[in-house]
Design a protein around this ligand. Structure first.
Ligand code: LLP
Length: 437
């Protein structure tokens, strides 16, 4: 997929770069980001939503963000969804146009709200009543009017192949439509002097393959827009439908084309607007995984191999849950290949272990691979989303580097942490020093 192929040395190549050379030059574990594919994924959204329907596409930073990624997203004409002061700061330092930034989060601090208003972000997506009042106060102090959307909980819970309409009142995110909290929130927002309500937001889940759940969410949201209009005379100008399109990780995953996703969602919104005789709102979507996920791979070096006769063969690599916590957290499944011997056929079943002191630190259970030897380079695919952004220093493992590859060029975009980085914030109080004899 993307710009991945096997070169004449039987090595895996990505973005025109030999992965074995990348591992040698930059070390492992190594995150490799295929720039062409990342851009292609941005463009698929831009074409399907922006060009076709005038909708706005904002990339979800939580998926993967850093200065280079923000720069590419900006160049591709997308906006940005940030959920913390840290993500906002990253966007600002990348000189991302702030009017294209949406600030999310269910517990923004007053400092974060102030920062967002000072940076003049495009929209603040208000999650709850507490935040609404606080934002009104902070905006008042700064003498500005905050442009906001209200996050609603539409009562649509999406699963891979189905959706159910229960349980969502019980969510830490947003104001539920079903029990009236949303309507009360809207009325309050319309009353407050320092906020300007632009519309509504919802997000029904992630790694979704069932497009009908979006049509269903659109229906619930537009019905609410109509209800609000009937009760207050207010017409929502904007409707943010969140992110969530699923990607291929493992056999059986069947991602839907972005165009189909756009057509189903926009079709539903337009149809319901027509039915209620409402203007079609400006639509916003905020994909993350489906842009960054397929564009990333992680390279590891094989180390210890432990064959427990009749039980299992453990092949340990030099990373694991520190750089990819998803298998340990969600039992996520990944595929991998031996990057330095792509011509060899799978010959044995092994399990890929990480190097953390934790039995759950397994990257892949039971995968058929060519016979592995220490020093082999293992490439795990679809690691562009929620890997680097969720990485950690458990066991004081330094976080890996990230390189951006394109047309045979490889540029470091995140440098590898070193041991000094690990103790950078450590402090020995003076009184401990004085007791040392
Ligand atoms: N918008 C909102 C409000 C969200 O909460 C999310 C993801 C997105 C957009 C982007 O969704 P995407 O297009 O990436 O599905 N750590 C988990 C995923 C958590 C998703 C959180 N919200 C994982 O590794 O699978």
């Amino acid at each position: 997929q993307g710009t991945m192929r096997v070169n004449d040395k039987n090595h895996l190549e990505i973005g025109g770069c030999d992965t074995v050379d990348l591992a040698r030059e930059f070390g492992t574990p190594l995150y490799v980001m295929d720039e062409a594919m990342f851009r292609q994924n941005c463009r698929a959204y831009y074409r399907a939503f922006t060009e076709a329907y005038g909708a706005e596409v904002i990339y979800a930073s939580k998926t993967l963000t850093n200065l280079a990624v923000c720069t590419i997203v900006e160049q591709e004409g997308l906006g940005l969804d940030v959920v913390s002061g840290g993500e906002l700061y990253t966007a600002a330092r990348a000189r991302f146009p702030m009017e294209r930034v949406y600030f999310h989060g269910n517990n923004k601090s007053p400092e974060e709200l102030r920062m967002a208003l000072e940076y003049k972000v495009g929209r603040i997506v208000v999650d709850n009543r507490y935040e609404l009042e606080m934002l009104n106060a902070v905006a008042g102090e700064l003498g500005v009017k905050a442009k906001i959307m209200l996050r609603l909980s539409p009562g649509v819970e999406a699963h891979t192949h189905e959706y159910i309409k229960t349980g969502q009142i019980d969510s830490k995110f947003g104001l539920a439509i079903e029990n009236g909290m949303a309507m009360t929130g809207v009325k309050r927002a319309l009353e407050l002097p320092n906020v300007q309500l632009k519309g509504f937001h919802c997000h029904i889940g992630s790694q979704i393959f069932e497009l009908q759940s979006y049509a269903h969410a659109a229906e619930v949201m537009m019905t609410f827009v109509n209800h609000v209009y009937q009760e207050t005379g207010y017409t929502a100008e904007e409707l943010n439908m969140g992110g969530g399109l699923g990607i291929y990780y493992y056999q059986g995953d069947q991602p839907r084309p972005v165009k189909e996703y756009a057509d189903v969602m926009m079709g539903a919104i337009r149809a319901i607007a027509a039915e209620f005789d409402l203007p079609v709102p400006k639509v916003i979507v905020e994909p993350g995984r489906s842009i960054a996920g397929p564009a990333g791979i992680t390279l590891y070096t094989v180390g210890a191999i432990k064959d427990i006769p009749g039980i299992r063969k453990y092949v340990a690599v030099d990373g694991g849950m520190g750089d990819n916590p998803r298998p340990a957290l969600y039992q996520s499944k990944y595929e991998a290949c031996v990057a330095n011997r792509m011509n060899e056929q799978p010959a044995e079943k092994v399990s890929i272990a990480g190097k953390c002191c934790e039995s759950g630190d397994m990257l892949i259970w039971d995968i058929e691979l060519p016979p592995l030897q220490p020093g082999d380079i293992l490439a795990v695919s679809s690691t562009g989303a929620y890997n680097y952004s969720m990485s950690m220093n458990y066991n004081r493992l330094p976080r890996p580097a990230m390189v951006l590859v394109n047309n045979g060029r490889a540029d470091l975009i995140v440098r590898r942490e070193d041991y000094a980085d690990l103790i950078r914030n450590d402090i020995i109080p003076e009184r401990l020093r004085s007791t040392v004899v």
